[in-house]
Design a protein around this ligand. Sequence first.
Ligand code: NAD
Length: 499
Amino acid sequence: MSSDLAQLTSYKMFIGGEWVDAASGRSFESLSPFTGQAWATMPDGEEGDVDRAVEAAQAVLDNPDWKRMPPIQRGRLLRRLGELLREHAEHLAQVETRDNGKLIREMLGQAKALPNYYEYFAGLADKILGETIPLENTAIFNYTLREPIGVVAIITPWNSPLLLLSFSLAAALAAGNAIIAKPSEYASASTLEFAKLVEQAGFPKGVFNVVTGFGKTTGGALVGHPGVSKVVFTGGADTGRIIARVASANITPVLLELGGKSPNIVFADASIPDAVNGCIAGIFAASGQTCLAGSRLFLDEDIYGEFLERLVARVKTIRLGDPSLMESEMGPMATTDQLRKVEDLVASALNEGATLLYGGKRPDDPSLGQGWFFLPTIFTDMGSDMRLAQEEVFGPVLAVMKFRDENEVIARANETRYGLAAGIWTNDVKRAHRVARELKAGTVWINTYRALTYASPFGGYKQSGYGRELGVDAIKEFTQVKSVWVNLSDTVPDPFVIR
Ligand code: NAD
């Protein structure tokens, strides 16, 4: 894309507390999904830049300013960061909307929630406890220390850059690690704006670094770097597989937050208007560009017709538009690749015999012409083996299926390689808990959908990933345990004397 470079915002990376260009001097453009035009340039980092970031992160881990900082002081820094995030929420949300095309109302909601993540983990920074182990031999005192893991690489996707960064960053900082963030090449700007606030909060130089660039090159160099002690990856399952493989060369542990094909199950006794709202929130509210998308809707046959009628009536009124306007209800796809993927899966559903109930194409409205929009789309008559029933779309496409009874729907809901989330709609409390236990998913919502908080663990079953972010136990993901043995007896016996 050719553009007037003079008009573009030119970003720098943040390494070792300095704002720097890529060593090669190269940069790439970031496009606005609403206009299709470039609006900013990012340094195109590569191996040498990653080396510099790892060196800076390793150095601060040995720097007493960070290594010996009292945990309560780490908590204060996190709280200060939370305050700054609160002050700058609107700006951060606007930058994200411009960069990834998602609705300002969603990005602002996320930006306003960010301070909670840092404040919650600030409170845990000085409560990272070891244990004393009661041994048979009381002359030995055995205890554990929970120590930082070291350099943590956090690689994020484009759909919710700062929220997903914060899912692991807050805990990783609270635990005393040093971080290198690698945002998506499609939406790097907000992470660099965020880094300005980390700098302002007063973290020692090198505690938080941002390297921008492309997946294979910049991301690959980071994952394969022997100086990186843990990789946290949020993104597609195929990329996750590559990352786990590359990291294995150095036995680097990986936390994977991958995609989903989450079921939303509506029983006949549910409140239909609520379930319709939950279904729309699950699949259309973020244009389907969320790992949690409730992309498979299972409807009890007794309410099938009524539910679809209400659903289509509401879907027809969804306002597609400029994502930076509060009144817009659905924005564009974030990338042209993503738009092509949506079109491909829609075509495959038609070829495989599914019935298109609504949408299925780009909107005709000329005012949306420049943007990468796709209509909210609903397919019925779906077979479980169709691609659309199995593959993650990451777009506004809903696959609707009919069921007769509870056991049948549990089996069908579990019939994918993913297991990120699931929704259950019923007013029968026993059924709700029974089904929740049977669903193979890391998160199950009953009579709600897409609820998230810093205080509750988040992660996937099956090929949706492994490891858990958020909640008290997330600290364990970012610490390692050392077992210390102390001999309290007066002597050490001769090892060759048989007793
Ligand atoms: P992606 O896998 O293409 O890219 C994610 C990140 O990985 C980007 O920063 C990219 O540059 C980097 N990357 C790509 N190839 C790499 C490589 N070989 N080595 C190292 N890094 C590499 O994903 P995306 O298209 O940006 O995001 C969409 C995907 O993310 C969807 O599948 C979605 O389900 C998933 N996602 C998961 C969660 C979750 O928490 N489980 C949340 C949001 C999105």
